[in-house]
Design a protein. Structure first.
Length: 166
C-alpha cells in the first residue's frame, strides 16, 4: 500500500457497454474524464464547456453547507480561486461506470485528488457522481457530487492555496 494509506488499482477497462451502445458510454467517459485534467492544466474554458448553463454542485461531504446551483463560470471562478495556489495538483479518476437512460445518464468514478504545496499534501479521496443530459449532439453535466470517503494530510494547504491564488 502506498504512503498515505490509500491504494486503488487502476482500471484497465472503464465501465461496460451500456444498453444505449458503447459509443455513447465512451463519449460520457471522455467528457467526465476531461474535467479534472482540464482543471489540473488550468484549462478552465475546457472544463466549463462540460456543464449545462446552470449546474448543481454538491460537495457537502467535503465541507458544510447545502448543494448549490450555479453557472459554470462561477464554478470555474471558484476553482480558479484555489487550484492555482497549489504547487501541483493531480486528480486521478478510476473505475468510471456509466448508466444511460435515453437522453440522461449518470457517471460515477473513484477519484484520488492530490494537492501539494512544497512537500505538504492534502489528499481527499472518494467518488464523483455526475448526472448528464444530451444537448444537441453532446452530453453535458447537470449535477456533480463529490462523496469523500477518506482524507490524507490536513486542509492547511487548501487554506494557503486560496491566499496564494489571490
Amino acid at each position: 500500500m502506498p504512503k498515505g494509506g490509500y491504494y486503488h488499482e487502476p482500471a484497465l477497462v472503464v465501465g461496460t457497454p451500456s444498453a444505449a451502445g458503447h459509443p455513447e458510454e465512451s463519449r460520457i467517459i471522455t467528457l467526465v474524464s476531461s474535467i479534472p485534467l482540464a482543471v489540473d492544466r488550468a484549462a478552465y474554458d475546457l472544463a466549463e464547456a462540460a456543464f449545462v448553463p446552470q449546474v448543481v454542485i454538491k460537495y457537502t461531504s467535503l465541507r458544510d453547507g447545502a448543494p448549490a446551483t450555479m453557472k459554470p463560470a462561477a464554478l470555474m471562478e471558484a476553482w480558479g480561486g484555489i487550484i492555482p495556489g497549489f504547487d501541483a495538483t493531480w486528480y486521478e479518476l478510476g473505475d468510471v461506470t456509466v448508466t444511460i437512460d435515453g437522453d440522461t445518464a449518470t457517471a460515477s468514478a473513484f477519484v484520488d485528488s492530490r494537492h501539494w504545496i512544497g512537500d505538504r499534501l492534502w489528499r481527499p479521496v472518494g467518488t464523483y457522481i455526475r448526472d448528464l443530459t444530451m444537448i444537441g449532439s453532446g452530453w453535458r453535466v447537470t449535477r456533480m457530487e463529490f462523496d469523500m470517503t477518506g482524507e490524507t494530510g490536513d486542509r492547511a494547504p487548501a487554506a494557503e492555496a486560496m491566499e496564494r491564488a489571490r
